[in-house]
Every structure is written in structure tokens, then in C-alpha cells.
Design a protein around this ligand. Structure first.
Ligand code: SAM
Length: 322
């Protein structure tokens, strides 16, 4: 097992199935152009072999499939079939939910029981302004169908001043009523926001402000969470839970156990680092050749993790896999 001086190791793997996305969210893509798949994206088999090798070399226990938008990838079905055989503790998926209704049978049959759906507003106009693609009604319908099919739904919302701050309470009430767990993600200094400090500061909404807003309507208390969880969790007695991923206010770097594999075969040990390590060529090699080389790269990827706090990076989330 590869462990660093702070006792951190890789436990959770996020695989970006494709860089392509059917949205172009303002905080993720600066120019509003939807990203297309990279030409050199790996096959479903190669990516799944990457997961299998990382389970062995790094002790990965849990897999989250992300993107880009994983539901637009033609590799989804084959990838799910391959990773389903690896005996992982948990396989979950992060999606914008636009194609959820259509892909639900596939996800259900593959044994996916937990979904994180990114949704920043319940206002259809604001939705179009922020996501620059898709439509709100399809997302809400997809979530309701998935929930009715027995899946646990977490909703990820990035609150931003001037964009959707007025949606914090409507989103919370909606999620509590539907039985979804809402998680507010503090805006991260990724991509263009790492370069444009003003744009970041103007929009940023932090933990304290969120809790003050929520506290006006609900009594809440802190709820237990896993040691390496990214979200602070709160319980509103009798109503449900919500969470805050407070990258800026309460950084979780010291307990971070995440590793990312991009659709083009790069390992990223830290969102806050431009360092990445190419493993695409190793995935065609037999296990006995691939594992020692992979282990050397994993040591480097673990050393890329920040000591204390998230500092941001110019890498675009869609490319690394959010
Ligand atoms: N397309 C999928 C989705 O929408 O969930 C997966 C990829 S998306 C990049 C993953 C998550 O990253 C989304 O919840 C999105 O809101 C979040 N994200 C992207 N850029 C961000 C930023 N600058 N700050 C905070 N969250 C960000």
C-alpha cells in the first residue's frame, strides 16, 4: 500500500469516461463552447483495466464514474459491464442528469445504486443561463424516476452570488421534500476561475453564509460523516440531511483519499496540481509489467496532494473529471 507522511492513501477513484459534455456551465467552461470528446480517449476496456490495476496497485475500494458527462459516452455500457466484475465496494456516478431517464435501465442493471446529480437551480431561465445546455424538466423527471427505482440521490449545487444565490432555499426545500440529499459545493478556483480572481471572489459563497441562510428557516445539527468524506453533513431533525463541500472554508486536503483517471489515460493525484502522470500506455501491458510501473507513478501522484488547503488550478474540471 502506498501511504504518505500524513497517512493518506488512495481509496477512492474517479474515472472520467469522456471529456465531452452536453452542458457548458459558466463556472466550468469559460467560452460557453461545449467540450467534445478528446481524440485519444481510451476504450472502455482499457479504462476498466486501468481501474482493475489501480485496485491492486493502490488499494482502490470505491469507484465514481464522472466526466465530462458520463451519460453521453458511447463507452458507458461496456465500461459498466467490465468494472462490475471487479468486486469494488461501491460504484457510483456523477451526472448532470439530462439523459438520466433514458439511461436509467442501463444504470440499474449495472447495479448502480447511488447517483450524484449536478443541479444549480430550479428556475428554468437561470438553468439555461448557467448550464448553457439541456433543460430543467428532463433533469427533474430523471431524478424522480431514479429515486422511484430505489436509487439514493445526492444533488450537487454550486451557489454563486449573482447567479443562483436566491435558489439556495428553494433547492433545499425541494430536495428535503423529494428525499434527496442536497450538497452545496463552494465554488472552486478551477480553470478560468484560477486565473480570474475577481470573477471568483465576486461569485464565491462560503459555508458561513450558507448556514446563516439555512438557519433562518431550519434548526440543524452537525451529523456524523466518514473520516475522508469531502462534505460536512448536517441533519434537519424530522426532515432530512444536507451537506456542504467547503473546499475553501474547511479544506479537506489532509484526509483526501481521491485519485483521478482521465479519459485519455492520465492520473491526477490532486485537483490543485497541474501535475499528471500518463498511464495510458501501461494499460495495454500485462499485469506483471504494468503494476510495478504504475506503483512508481502512484507514489508521484500521492506526492502531488496539497498539505493543507486547496489552492485551485488552471485545469478544467471537465477534463480531469469533477
Ligand atoms: N457532467 C457531470 C456533472 O455535471 O455532474 C460530471 C462532471 S462535473 C465537472 C462534476 C461536478 O463538478 C459538478 O457538480 C460541477 O458542478 C462541479 N464543478 C465544476 N466546476 C466547478 C467549480 N469551478 N467549482 C465548483 N464545482 C465545480
Amino acid at each position: 500500500m502506498i501511504v504518505d507522511r500524513q497517512g493518506r492513501r488512495f481509496r477512492n477513484l474517479r474515472v472520467s469516461l469522456t471529456a465531452a459534455c452536453n452542458y457548458a456551465c459558466t463556472y466550468c467552461v469559460p467560452d460557453g463552447k461545449r467540450l467534445v470528446a478528446a481524440q485519444d480517449e481510451l476504450s472502455a476496456d482499457a479504462l476498466a483495466r486501468g481501474v482493475a490495476y489501480l485496485v491492486e496497485a493502490a488499494g482502490i475500494e470505491r469507484l465514481r464514474i464522472t466526466g465530462g458527462e458520463p451519460l453521453v459516452s458511447p463507452r458507458l455500457e461496456a465500461f459498466l459491464a467490465a468494472v462490475g466484475k471487479l468486486g469494488l465496494e461501491d460504484i457510483s456516478l456523477t451526472s448532470n442528469g439530462q439523459l438520466l431517464s433514458r439511461k436509467l435501465p442501463l444504470l440499474r442493471d449495472a447495479g448502480i445504486r447511488r447517483l450524484n446529480i449536478s443541479l444549480d437551480t430550479l428556475d428554468p431561465l437561470a438553468f439555461r443561463r448557467i448550464a448553457r445546455g439541456g433543460d430543467l424538466a428532463s433533469v427533474l423527471a430523471g431524478m424522480a424516476q431514479a429515486h422511484a427505482a430505489g436509487m439514493a440521490i445526492k444533488v450537487n449545487m454550486v451557489p454563486m452570488r449573482g447567479q443562483n444565490l436566491d435558489q439556495v432555499m428553494p433547492m433545499l426545500e425541494y430536495c428535503l421534500a423529494q428525499g434527496y440529499e442536497l450538497r452545496f459545493i463552494e465554488l472552486m478556483r478551477m480553470g478560468h476561475l484560477a486565473r480570474d480572481r475577481n470573477a471568483f471572489v465576486q461569485q464565491f459563497v462560503g459555508l458561513e453564509q450558507l448556514l446563516a441562510l439555512i438557519g433562518q428557516a431550519h434548526a440543524y445539527e452537525q451529523a456524523p460523516r466518514a473520516l475522508d468524506a469531502t462534505a460536512l453533513r448536517y441533519r434537519i431533525p424530522g426532515k432530512g440531511h444536507f451537506g456542504v463541500i467547503a473546499n475553501e472554508t474547511v479544506p479537506f486536503c489532509r484526509t483526501c483519499s481521491r485519485l483521478r483517471l482521465s479519459s485519455t489515460g492520465w492520473l491526477h493525484g490532486c485537483l490543485s496540481s497541474s501535475n499528471r502522470h500518463f498511464v495510458g500506455d501501461l494499460l495495454d501491458k500485462p499485469r506483471h509489467q504494468a503494476l510495478p510501473a504504475l506503483q512508481r507513478l502512484l507514489v508521484k501522484a500521492l506526492a502531488d496532494k496539497q498539505d493543507q488547503a486547496f489552492s485551485g488550478d488552471v485545469m478544467v474540471m471537465k477534463v480531469i473529471g469533477g
